[in-house]
Ligand binder design. Sequence first.
Ligand code: C2E
Ligand code: MG
Ligand code: MG
Ligand code: MG
Length: 289
Amino acid sequence: KAKSNGKNSYEIYADSIIYPATDRLQLENILDRAIADCKLFLHYQPQLDILTGKIIGIEALLRCQDLHGNLLSPAELIPMAEETGSIIKIGEWVIRTACQQNKIWQNLGLGHFPIAVNFSVKQLQDRNLIEKIDTILAETGLPATALEIEVTESIAIKDLDLTISILQSLREIGVKISLDDFGTGYSSLAVLKYIPLDRLKIDRSFMRELRANTIDAGIVRTIINLGHELKLNVVAEGVETVEQFECLRSINCDAVQGFLFSRPLAAPELEVAIATGSYWHQNLFHVHN
Ligand code: C2E
Ligand code: MG
Ligand code: MG
Ligand code: MG
């Protein structure tokens, strides 16, 4: 176990042994260079109201390109960035970029919806978090209500009191809070009622077998009812088929996100998708006057 003893050294924990040393160094290098070379960018995926197909939010997802132009998955990148501490810097860049982008979309008249940014535990432990978010909102001119943060259940078991008070402060300024990957973590139902939340996102692992009368349909229906009991909006992520969509609608899910409607896209491509309505399936949604 190596101790961090200055700004430029990284803390290496015993459980990081799963990463071979050379890969670690390589990846840390890629991360540092990526930030310096602006090879980080965001893709955006819409979340739709299940009845009308109207966009109710857009999730920002981190993309990172290595020096050969290959894309690294955030699933590998984020745990590494958490370990090295670069997640704080990267996270701040993600919030700022997402807020700037949403302000541009508002100015273009594309609609008013929150932009959802994924948060890691480390970011919630950052003492300057609230101040940073305040500054970013002031700089970009984006209303706090147009920013949503997605946290996973695992944050709920780490320093619960601190997490609750930070999420509470964020909510007081108007930022929306979403619980991501719901159903896969360790948090108990008792804890759920204490976390200040606006939305539950059902993990996409429940979608695979989602058809009428399957066990997963029963589980998902129960999650949706639980969410509604807690006055939360419930979004299903990873919706890929019409069958899944119809099942979700029959059990009163509020919103959907997934490849069936749109893959995560670069901003200009998403603008085209919105302008042409390519994500909106005429045979699935009802038009309300
Ligand atoms: P997540 O927040 O649960 O994001 C949803 C993931 O599911 C995304 O993967 C998205 O591309 C993928 N997805 C969306 N629709 C479908 C679908 O219909 N089918 C399938 N098979 N997949 C779908 P991605 O972009 O690879 O991100 C993976 C995870 O990395 C995210 O899971 C999130 O936990 C994390 N992540 C991404 N961006 C950031 C970030 O800026 N900061 C932090 N801390 N974590 C991030
Ligand atoms: Mg997410
Ligand atoms: Mg998720
Ligand atoms: Mg996930």
